[in-house]
Design a protein around this ligand. Structure first.
Ligand SMILES: Nc1ncnc2c1ncn2[C@@H]1O[C@H](COP(=O)(O)OP(=O)(O)OP(=O)(O)O)[C@@H](O)[C@H]1O
Ligand SMILES: [Mg+2]
Length: 477
């Protein structure tokens, strides 16, 4: 675990690491002004010719036929208990019979591929299964049966994987949602679910989805990125990590702000590693994604209403209940509604060191979002009182961003220091300084302190996290 400036690491003399994360010396001085051609999305392994396409279509038809045959012939009840090897050999033998009966000739590679796909079709999620098993894929995005995109290292690419038709896609969606007791059809056209492996799943079906069902899957990573990984990836600098360690360990209330898919949950998870193992932590999420390393963790998952509109347990319900469960810290996966009231109250009343994420593009924007959420929750309070509540509850806003080159970075760390008149006062301590763009459209830049000393430095010192002064000095890029 990261422990550069931790109390018990005093034996190791602290060395300033002033080298910027991204090379800057060789960087072009300013961003190029030439108009760039947009980079075209290319099919990952686009089928080369018409012949290939026809063959693929034929294989898809054969697969469908075989699948029907299999469903007729397989004992579905016994299927649950069958071992993988048994099931594979059963599928192979039934399929081989059918292929022989119909005099369909396939080469070895096609047969192997077909049997693999059939196995996925019968036991798993059909065409999605290969993508779910591919660890380099972060997100899977289906736009109708013929178009499946994946995200790898922050970049979207079109795959050559397709569903046979909309019916096939709907069947797989139905398989997923019925497994978690939900339903999706014309009257309930969209649904959230969690796959067996923990991946987050959302589907929207026609007629709301115009060109065929839309499916979005955020893959569950078994090994979440830790602080060291994130520093190695260049998501933030070592100095920032040392600062964040002090902030979390000394129980500042932290909000991670960012856009969709910007790495908020990953950052929150990584920050949680700085919490002491002796503390009782309660987590509240819509879909349980956080993986805390501590021993004493109580996890809660809110629940949307069922088909009859009953049985909802909102994040706010969980949060209210959590306050009666003697938490040392509360972590809310995302604050997006009325639970903001209870979150701020918790932060203000003894559960300091709590953390959450919000959807916003900057620290300022994050504060406005909090104000709006409070107004939407129907709390009639003068704006000044609302702001004073926010400023005394929230200590730190960490901004996560997905930049245009697909990289995810912590672009700013901002402290909330109090109120000046009617305005919440803030000071930025660290930020990502962009300096240019490579010809491949990769962003060049480095992390730097702003030169402002932390408002909490005395607190850090008192708690034994004596951050050296150079940590707040700007890096010359
Ligand atoms: N610094 C990083 N470098 C590379 N990949 C990252 C980084 N941070 C996050 N990721 C990956 O990006 C994906 C999105 O991250 P994450 O789920 O944390 O985003 P989020 O902001 O919480 O998204 P959402 O808005 O959908 O909740 C994940 O697959 C995660 O593993
Ligand atoms: Mg998230």
């Amino acid at each position: 675990m990261f422990s550069r400036y931790k109390k018990d690491a005093k034996a190791n003399p602290v060395q300033a690491k002033t080298a910027p994360v991204a090379p800057t010396a060789a960087a072009p001085a300013a961003e190029s002004v030439t108009l760039r051609k947009p980079v075209k999305l290319e099919r990952a392994k686009a089928s080369a010719s018409d012949k290939d396409r026809k063959r693929k279509e034929r294989l898809a038809e054969i697969k469908l036929e075989l699948h029907r045959e299999l469903l007729d012939n397989l004992n579905l009840a016994a299927l649950e208990k069958a071992s993988e090897a048994d099931l594979r050999s059963e599928i192979t033998s039934i399929s081989t019979e059918v292929l022989q009966e119909r005099a369909i000739v396939l080469n070895r590679q096609e047969r192997d591929q077909l049997f693999k796909e059939l196995y996925n079709e019968v036991t798993g999620l059909g065409p999605l299964e290969t993508l779910l098993q591919d660890d380099s894929v972060n997100d899977i995005l289906v736009n109708g049966p013929q178009q499946i995109f994946v995200e790898r290292s922050g970049k979207l690419e079109l795959t050559d994987i397709t569903f046979k038709d909309e019916k096939h896609l709907l069947r797989i969606i139905d398989k997923i949602v019925s497994a978690v007791g939900r339903r999706v059809d014309e009257s309930n056209p969209y649904v959230d679910a969690r796959l067996a492996d923990g991946s987050r799943f959302n589907a929207m079906v026609p007629p709301i989805a115009v060109d065929g069902s839309l499916v979005s899957i955020r893959k569950f990573k078994k090994d979440k990125l830790g602080i060291d990984d994130l520093v190695n990836f260049g998501a933030f600098s070592e100095e920032m990590a040392a600062y964040l360690q002090a902030a979390v360990a000394t129980r500042l209330n932290v909000i991670v702000s960012g856009g969709t898919g910007s790495g908020k949950t990953t950052t929150l998870n990584a920050l949680s590693s700085f919490i002491d193992n002796a503390e009782r932590i309660l987590t509240i999420e819509d879909t349980a994604e956080l993986q805390l390393q501590q021993t004493h963790v109580g996890r809660m998952e809110s629940r949307p209403p069922n088909v009859e509109g009953k049985g909802e347990v909102s994040p706010r319900d969980c949060l209210k209940n959590a306050l009666r469960m003697r938490p040392d810290r509360i972590i809310v996966g995302e604050t997006r509604g009325e639970e903001v009231i209870d979150m701020l109250q918790a932060m203000n009343t003894g559960h300091d060191g709590s953390m959450t994420t919000i959807h916003a593009n900057s620290a300022r924007d994050g504060v406005s979002r909090l104000e709006n959420m409070i107004a939407m929750a129907g709390i009639e309070m003068p704006l000044k009182a609302v702001r004073s509540q926010i400023s005394s509850a929230v200590n730190l806003i960490v901004q996560a961003s997905r930049l245009q080159d697909g990289s995810r970075r912590m672009t700013s760390i901002t402290e909330i220091t109090g109120m000046e008149g009617d305005v919440i006062s803030m000071q930025e301590i660290f930020r990502f300084q962009r300096t240019g763009l490579t010809p491949e459209n990769k962003i060049i830049g480095h992390y730097t302190a702003t030169g402002v000393r932390s408002h909490f430095s005395e607190r850090f010192r008192m708690w034994g996290y004596d951050l050296p002064a150079h940590i707040y000095e700007p890096t010359v890029g």
